[in-house]
Design a protein around this ligand. Sequence first.
Ligand SMILES: Nc1nc2c(ncn2[C@@H]2O[C@H](COP(=O)(O)OP(=O)(O)OP(=O)(O)O)[C@@H](O)[C@H]2O)c(=O)[nH]1
Ligand SMILES: O=C([O-])CC(=O)C(=O)O
Ligand SMILES: [Mn+2]
Length: 612
Amino acid sequence: MGITARQPLLDESLENAPTTHAKLLAWVAEVSELTQPDSVYWVDGSEAENTRLTDELVEAGTLKRLNPELFPNSFAGSSDPKDVARVEERTFICSENERDAGFTNNWMDPAEMKGILTERFKGSMRGRTMYVIPFVMGHLDAEDPKFGVEITDSAYVVASMRIMARIGTDVLRKMEETDAFFVPALHSVGAPLEPGEQDVPWPCNEEKWIVHFPEERSIWSYGSGYGGNALLGKKCYSLRIASVMARDEGWLAEHMLILKLTSPENKSYHIAAAFPSACGKTNLALLDPTIDGWKAETLGDDINWMRFGKDGELRGVNPEAGLFGVAPGTGWSTNPNAMRAIAKGNSIFTNVALTDDGGVWWEGMTEETPAHLTDWQGNDWTPESGRPAAHPNSRFCTPIEQIDMLADDYHDPEGVKIDAILFGGRRKTTVPLVTEAHDWAHGIFMGATLSSETTAAAAGAVGVVRRDPMAMLPFIGYDAGDYLKHWITVSGKSDAAHLPKIFLVNWFRRTADGGFAWPGFGDNSRVLKWAIERIEGKADAVETPIGYIPTPDSLDLTGLDMTPADVEEAVKVDPKEWHEEVKGIEEWFARFGDSLPAELASQLDELKERFA
Ligand SMILES: Nc1nc2c(ncn2[C@@H]2O[C@H](COP(=O)(O)OP(=O)(O)OP(=O)(O)O)[C@@H](O)[C@H]2O)c(=O)[nH]1
Ligand SMILES: O=C([O-])CC(=O)C(=O)O
Ligand SMILES: [Mn+2]
């Protein structure tokens, strides 16, 4: 369709736009002018609309409808094999000064970047529908609701955003009532269609740009349709842009789960935990405790916005409305709560395998491997095929309200008081199962020096150890040293009596025979019990140079095929390994240059002294 034929249609759709929000109208007009879609569609978030969109996605071959008796109202689709994970190499923080992006981010001058992107977005939606999705991260009735509008040419993104965030007409009404600021989040798969050209099931572009302008708080994403690259409310807004808002407004936007644990004495505690991508947040958030009398409820599995209250308490809220969880390893034995939520339907699966009866499967879902599957790339698959049936970063996208163990407080815009913070990574060696920080400042040091082996959640090599401060390495929207300093400054408002206790955990340590030193999953409740008993002053610990570790019999091993000697192995602090670790931390801190907070430099000196 040529520009002349298209123009009246656009004008009409803007005239009929369901809003009076002037800035939004102007932005939509500007983007449609640039990207030249066939039509503009305002997303209302309704059930009927979702049915229409998913029908269209099935028609287009992007999604397959699953057997409704197994997974009602659920769909599975496969992405282009070159578009399966976040692309950190192609992710940019375009602050006005390069210094403000810091050494952990890719940077380009904002004007130069806008020039490049404007070229890419020019006509990029030709032959497609441009969807306008009003959304809010966090609660609509929060004191200061955080609005966004994603413009996208992907119906798959619309259907996924509907699960992951609060979207649609209610949001739009509230935005215009208050003439609210919103984060403009522009997304295109970068695959315009020529007249008559047949679309592919997963349109995308070889060239990808995931770009953030922190000062104007805007996002431009081009070329990918997958996960955190394309569902812009998630990493782009709720972590990268929100971390900048949080710096300026005095709060914290973190890559954390939130879990509520209630002891047999009926005392409740809230635990926030930061683990890098594909390192166990969803699994811990949906914990099924293996110890008697303990109850777990979830509030969130990926993002936690925290704020210190006037009383000095740290409160956290999950801004999301759904789970975008790693499928492989999620099974009836490891994560029954996730399995039950998924079984209720209303989910979108991406890059999983299909069973012959119209269900889904992935490695680790069931004890028994099906004899025949269609793998994530659409090929016949049998256990002899010698390759994974599901992509290692395949995901399920499911409404959080389908989780039976969802805590009531999830619905509270004020959030919950955080009693403990866990930092954790995936380390085969060196890092004990659990270590309690000496104090808050030492805990920030633990977070600042967190390390983990890379996973399939991001494109690139897997299994390489890298430092990942607060599990935020790919998500800090500004200078990493300033970010760590912000943690120190913002918590200065509180005091030792109110600050959460901090722990470092590692579910992934290996024994000499190569197996896991700790069974993990539901049994992680035993570690959480120890942490809570440390808060209550009940559990024993041994002081080591790196912090307090459990005495071999202070971990509850009831019903577990493990001895105190095995625990000793799992929590041991090996001075030789730590000699190497300290070198790694020194190298890491050297990379910050002047922006390393002095408090952290002295924490490192103290650690070295304790080992001397
Ligand atoms: N051995 C072991 N593996 C675990 C444990 N918890 C999670 N995993 C595995 O780690 C992988 C990813 O875990 P998730 O809980 O989905 O990771 P996440 O931190 O939520 O990841 P993102 O959504 O990418 O931010 C899965 O394959 C799990 O099976 C554990 O306690 N022990
Ligand atoms: O953003 C994504 O695609 C999924 C996710 O949670 C992560 O990578 O941490
Ligand atoms: Mn994540």
